[in-house]
Write a protein that binds this ligand. Structure first.
Ligand SMILES: [Zn+2]
Ligand SMILES: [Zn+2]
Ligand SMILES: [Zn+2]
Length: 225
């Protein structure tokens, strides 16, 4: 095994060690407080001058849950003088706090960017919801589940496809109708004057566009006046 990786294996139980705290001495040594999932604890000390050799292993064991060994992800960091608190997330144990000397944090961050081992900062999501999740109650568009029931009165829907082409069912998107051009530009709004439905109108029940002259909505079967 890689000798540096071997430094981060518990000498009592052979489990991987999580780094929980990193300090840097004035003499240029980084010291690491480590624990294994069985709570055996210890300290390790490396020369900062050789950080390129050991930093990848240190990053790996810093981003490791002290309780279960799982990979942790960044939540946020807070720098307080020469100490930087990092808040990490374990998929099982949720928030894990670690403390790192601020100078070490910057050295590590620079190397992480170089190695692109992981993004230095999690990508910002504009919304309150993480990716792949949706607000409570949000349902993904059902596909092919709520196909409109063909009404007995339905006329074959107008289609631009050649008749022998079987096209997959598609969620129809009704383009918004442009507002009628205002002849005088005075801003008058023409209100519908009656219940008569002309060609180019929409079904009052379901909003489907109505074929000119149709007696019934091709989508829901509502009788049209
Ligand atoms: Zn142990
Ligand atoms: Zn954990
Ligand atoms: Zn309808």
């Amino acid at each position: 095994m890689d000798p540096i990786e071997g430094e981060f294996i518990c000498r009592k139980c052979q489990k991987p060690l999580s780094i929980n705290k990193i300090m840097v001495s004035k003499k240029g040594y980084a010291s690491f407080e480590v624990t294994c999932p069985h709570k055996h604890s210890g300290k390790r000390k490396f020369n900062m001058a050789q950080q390129n050799e050991w930093m990848p292993a240190v990053i790996k064991h810093l981003y490791m849950c002290p309780r279960c060994g799982a990979n942790l992800t960044d939540l946020r960091q807070k720098t307080e003088g020469d100490r930087t608190l990092i808040l990490l997330n374990c998929p099982t144990h949720s928030k894990i706090k670690k403390a790192v000397s601020t100078s070490f944090w910057y050295a590590m961050d620079a190397l992480r960017k170089q190695l692109s081992a992981r993004p230095a900062y999690p990508p910002a999501y504009p919304g309150p919801y993480p990716p792949q999740q949706y607000p409570p109650g949000y349902q993904q568009q059902p596909y092919g589940q709520s196909q409109p029931q063909p009404s007995p009165y339905a006329q074959p829907p107008a289609t631009n496809h050649p008749p022998d082409t079987v096209s997959p069912p598609q969620m129809e998107v009704t383009p918004p109708t442009p507002p009628p051009a205002e002849p005088s530009g005075v801003g008058e709004i023409t209100l519908p004057t009656g219940n008569n439905i002309d060609a180019g109108d929409f079904c009052p029940a379901c909003g489907e566009e109505i074929t000119s002259g149709a007696k019934f909505c091709t989508n829901c079967g509502t009788e049209l006046e």
